[in-house]
Design a binder for this molecule. Structure first.
Ligand code: FES
Ligand code: FES
Length: 161
C-alpha cells in the first residue's frame, strides 16, 4: 500500500489494513513526533491532518487514508533556498510563547491549530478555545496554547499578505 505523507510517497505492507495509522507512522516509518496518548480517540495527542482535516491517527485505520494526503508535524517546517530549515508559523508561535511543558501533547495541538487557521485565519478567542477544546494537555498549558494559536494566525495572515 502506498501512502503520501508530508508530500512524500511511502510504501507499507498491506497485510493488515485495519492497523492504526499512528503505529504505521511511529513504528514502521519512524515518524515518531506524533504521540500516543489515550489510544481511544479522546485526547488528541495523535492528531494529524488527512486531506487538510484533523484526524486522530490512533483510531484511523490505514485503509481510510490510502490515496489521501497525510500531514504530520514533521511536515510543517520547510527549507529555504540555501537548505536551511524554516519553521512554520505555528511552530514559531508555540516556541515564542514557550507553550510546551512536557511537550507530549504538542504535535497534536499544533496540527489542530493548523487546521483551524487554514479554515479561519482570524479566529476569535472563543473560536480558538472551541477548536482546541478536544486536545488535552495534562500540563495545563491552555492559556499559552490559546495565545500561541492567535499569534500563529497573525503570522500566517502576514505570510499570505
Ligand atoms: S492517542 Fe489518539 S486521541 Fe488520544
Ligand atoms: S505540555 Fe505536557 S501534556 Fe501538554
Amino acid at each position: 500500500m502506498n501512502l503520501t505523507i508530508n508530500q512524500q510517497d511511502f510504501s507499507v505492507s498491506d497485510e493488515d489494513t485495519t492497523r492504526p495509522l499512528l503505529w504505521v507512522l511511529r513504528d514502521e516509518l519512524g515518524l515518531s513526533a506524533t504521540k500516543f496518548g489515550c489510544g481511544a480517540g479522546i485526547c488528541g495527542s495523535c492528531s494529524v491532518q488527512v486531506d487538510g482535516v484533523t484526524m486522530r491517527s490512533c483510531v484511523t485505520p490505514l485503509v481510510a487514508v490510502e490515496g489521501k494526503s497525510i500531514r504530520t508535524v514533521e511536515g510543517l517546517a520547510t527549507e529555504n533556498e540555501v537548505g536551511e530549515e524554516v519553521l512554520h508559523p505555528v511552530q514559531e508561535a508555540f516556541i515564542k510563547h514557550q507553550v510546551p511543558q512536557c511537550a507530549w501533547c504538542m504535535s497534536g495541538q499544533m496540527m489542530t491549530a493548523l487546521s483551524l487557521i487554514e479554515k479561519n485565519n482570524d479566529p476569535s478567542e472563543e473560536e480558538i478555545v472551541n477548536a482546541m477544546s478536544n486536545n488535552y494537555c495534562r500540563c495545563g498549558c491552555y492559556v499559552r496554547i490559546k495565545t500561541a494559536v492567535k499569534e500563529a494566525a497573525t503570522l500566517m495572515q502576514e505570510q499570505e499578505a
